[in-house]
Design a protein around this ligand. Structure first.
Ligand SMILES: [Zn+2]
Ligand SMILES: [Zn+2]
Length: 401
């Protein structure tokens, strides 16, 4: 395929992503949430696969359950070899969800050949089952199939002093699709010890989020602050403010209905003020997806030399591509953003700064079925060593250590 055509296809893909996001904005979060609960609710000719997920001691666990088309090459055959791998994966993943606190899950499978994958992050065993659903007769009926699953925890990083968390997650309070409760379940289901919700210029839903705390999971409130005007092409990027004690953050103009337009920090000086304010409130400040990207031409790079004392750089953002996609588009700056951000971090370290690197998912949809607007939950996450964040009320001492 010619380079031009490939570029045109890719622009089309990005365009489609934008349209999907717009659709989410106009459909309203409640409708999306309703549709997502079970995409086949009320439909017939499906088999309900249900059961309980437990650990090796028989205790119920929250885990992730995925339903995949058994023939993974199916979509490639239909659409041709030029379909990027991440799109193939998004299409071949039919449905995904999480078991609840009592370990119960269910999913509805139409007739066909399926792979069912049950997982709970990298410390746990992954189990995959092949399952076929025959055409169900009469067609208006619903069949059921019970499948209980036991997962063993293979590694115990916590005992070695490692704690993992996702520092960048969205909820339906802005452009995400899940409630704070659902986001917490996804974080736990992917094996994380802590997580931060960072909605755009908003901390709505923080009460529900903090209620998700258990002795094994720490929810932390944050915010993704927009700076500058994206419309005029003069943006200074998105910044993650995490663990501030004043929950309204003082960062937004609540009277602007457009969530992305609620920025109040419009210059490098004002961004510096935001950093200082964050520290005064006991929080940490990170540059989010800092390289020039889809949303703005400059990214935060345009003010790096004008701001000081920020705590971290997001070197991995789940919505940016991993090594697979990078190799597909070696000439495309959009898809090299994670590598470039990592190199910038090295430069900061070489200059004598102590700045942490963050990996995050920027997840907007915990099923991972959306192709745009962030990665799967825990597609990117950060390990921190020897400091239990659950004992760390404002988190900042963890990052400034
Ligand atoms: Zn962002
Ligand atoms: Zn984000």
């Amino acid at each position: 395929m010619s380079k031009k055509l490939r570029m045109a296809k890719r622009v089309g893909f990005i365009g489609l992503t934008a349209v999907l996001l717009l659709a989410v904005a106009f459909a309203g979060p409640m409708q999306m949430a309703e549709a997502r609960v079970n995409i086949y609710r009320g439909e017939s000719n499906v088999q309900t696969i249900h059961g309980r997920i437990t650990d090796e001691n028989g205790n119920p666990i929250i885990a992730r359950v995925e339903l995949w088309y058994a023939e993974l090459g199916r979509i490639t055959e239909e659409l041709g070899e030029e379909v990027p791998e991440r799109v193939q994966f998004a299409r071949n993943l039919f449905h995904a969800g999480y078991s609840d606190a009592r370990g119960r899950y269910y999913l509805n499978a139409p007739p066909g050949e399926w792979l069912i994958k049950v997982s709970k992050g990298p410390e746990w065993e992954v189990k995959t089952f092949r399952h076929s659903v025959r055409d169900i007769q009469p067609r208006w009926s619903v069949a059921s199939h019970r499948m209980d699953v036991t997962l063993r925890q293979l590694y115990h990083l916590e005992e070695l002093g490692w704690f993992s968390g996702d520092l960048h997650l969205h909820t339906w309070h802005t452009d995400g699709q899940d409630t704070p409760t659902e986001v917490a379940r996804a974080a736990i289901g992917n094996g994380l010890d802590f997580a931060v919700i960072t909605d755009h210029n908003a901390v709505d839903g923080w009460e529900e989020w903090l209620e998700q705390r258990t002795d094994r999971f720490l929810p932390i409130v944050g915010e993704e602050v927009t700076t500058g005007s994206l419309i005029k092409g003069k943006g200074w990027g998105h910044h993650l403010v995490v663990g501030t004690s004043t929950l309204d953050g003082g960062a937004t103009d609540p009277y602007t209905p457009d969530i992305m337009g609620r920025y109040m920090f419009r210059s490098a000086e004002q961004v510096q003020r935001l950093i200082d304010l964050t520290h005064e409130q006991g929080g940490v400040f990170a540059l989010a997806h800092p390289m020039p990207g889809r949303d703005w031409p400059g990214g935060t790079i345009s003010i790096w030399d004008k701001i000081r004392h920020f705590d971290a750089i997001e070197v991995w953002n789940g919505s940016e591509a991993g090594p697979h996609t990078r190799s597909l588009y070696p000439d495309d700056v959009l898809w090299n953003a994670s590598t470039m951000a990592t190199q910038v971090w090295f430069e900061f370290l070489n200059a004598g700064n102590r700045i942490a690197a963050w990996g995050t998912s920027d997840c907007h949809n915990t099923s991972g079925l959306a192709t745009g607007g962030g990665g799967n939950p825990a597609a990117g996450y950060t390990h921190i060593l020897e400091m239990d964040p659950r004992q760390c009320p404002h988190l900042c001492s963890c990052w400034r250590a």
